[in-house]
Design a protein around this ligand. Sequence first.
Ligand code: FDA
Length: 305
Amino acid sequence: MEVISKRFFLYLSYNKALDRMAKRWGSKFGANKIIGGQTFSQAIPLITQLNQEGFQVTVDHLGEFVDSVDDAREHVRECIESIKAIAYHQLDTEMSVKLTSLGLDISRDLVLEHMELILSKAKEYGITVTLDMEDSSRCPAILDIYKTLRQKYENVGTVIQSYLYRSDQDVDDLKQFSPYLRLVKGAYKESGKVAFPEKQKVDENLKHLIKKQLLNGHYTAVASHDEAMIDYTIGLVKEHNIPNDRFEFQMLYGMRNQLQSDLVKKGYTVRIYLPYGEDWYGYFMRRLAERPANIAFALKGIFSK
Ligand code: FDA
């Protein structure tokens, strides 16, 4: 049953007509429980509050699969305005971006030009920008762009998904770049040709990648709500005397709030991934696919005023 609902919501996440409708309806369906607002300004009080509670943040201006240059440029403009606002309001937040929102599907040169604009502005204020990982067809291009940018910028990171067979080799190939990597299980609908179909293998591979990245000595963000992954990481860093400033935990805003707070109380760095913007549909559907229990707050959103 869980597998069917996962496939169903991932299928819906690609539906363009529903995406357009969702934009018109605003953040109904309970989306406001997991996004920071429709604009960056609306998210500022929440980021401030999270910082005061001891959390670090990464903001993501929602949007993906852009196919017009104007839309991609608009997205760049929004990212740069948000970077300026982060600096102005002295917020403790990084930024995450999806390269498909910056023109990846249009041309490599365009997305590189856009990332240069974003990274150079972010560098001025000491802000790190992470390239989110998208579906497997885009993975080679995203890693290639990461490697190109990393040669010029220190303040760029990217993501590796443990469900992909290729990820072990990718971590080896990235080693020479001393990468800041966010390690995740993976959120897209993938075939057995490229990704482990069994959850147990995905979990085992995430542990394997966490160990590899940590023991390579590179900064490691373990992005998971799974206590087994968190406990594993804590055991590993203790065993190898890895200091707390070499890794962090990351979780999505609105997910496992108690666990987030407990980890901060224990002295670990916890970064909250906080999306904002009008393009919440694809993000929201992937969250429903991951955890059918999220449907409860979606239903509440529909029926509440
Ligand atoms: P998983 O979904 O396997 O759940 C494991 C267990 O955790 C559950 O059985 C339950 O016990 C517990 N759990 C999970 N969610 C819970 C909840 N809401 N409440 C209570 N218990 C819960 N993906 C991607 O493809 N590209 C990317 O760039 C990113 N970026 C990213 C950033 C951050 C900060 C996070 C946390 C995640 C991503 N992801 C991602 C998504 C990621 O790939 C994955 O789909 C989700 O994190 C779900 O996998 P988990 O590891 O959290 O556990």
